[in-house]
Design a protein around this ligand. Sequence first.
Ligand code: GRF
Length: 220
Amino acid sequence: MSSTPRVAILISGSGSNLQAFIDEIAEGGYPAQICGVVSDKPSAYGLQRADSAGLPTRVVRRGDYPSRDAFDAGLLQALTALQPDIVVLAGFMRILRGEIVARYAGRLLNIHPALLPKYKGLDTHARCLANGDPVHGSTVHFVTAELDDGPGIIQAQLEVAPEDDVASLQQRVQALEHRIYPMAVRWLAEGRLAFLDGQVVLDEQPLATPVLVTADDLRG
Ligand code: GRF
């Protein structure tokens, strides 16, 4: 790791989680720096957020490559050029495969808007509401070759309100994401968090389950 670890952030959309990192770093004292933002979509609003923050950006479009393997190679090349110590997926809507996952094993994180292992994949808020779940939330996890299946690091949980709809749940979950994602990356950058032999270790203790925080814990 660099003395101030370099974090590459991969996005496809709004980039509100990217913004949470930008804001946290701007406050000072954060133990990592953003070395660049990569998007597979030229129209991603997160690219504008990155520009406004003076961060280098790269666009790697699937349509510019003849095959999925060639796209993966282009993505790896763009990432390698940024020399990241840590790679953060923040709403990146493509599944990372093979070499990228292997290259950044233990340094590659994702955030998924559900309390994994519940609701892997898409439409998590709608599925939570359809099932009448009393609680919902988001999970930061290490990325492995399986989709939304890497071991969890931290989960933020909230109570589903009777008046919640998809939009309100998404908004409330994202507000929690903006707190827990920079927290998990902080732990990794500080050397407190590791992924060793398939096991998440935090402060030298193996984590049997992700750290669980509630909306109340994060208030204030
Ligand atoms: C987040 O809700 C995250 O959980 C999911 O994609 C969304 C990205 O939102 N993986 P944003 O682009 O960071 O606003």
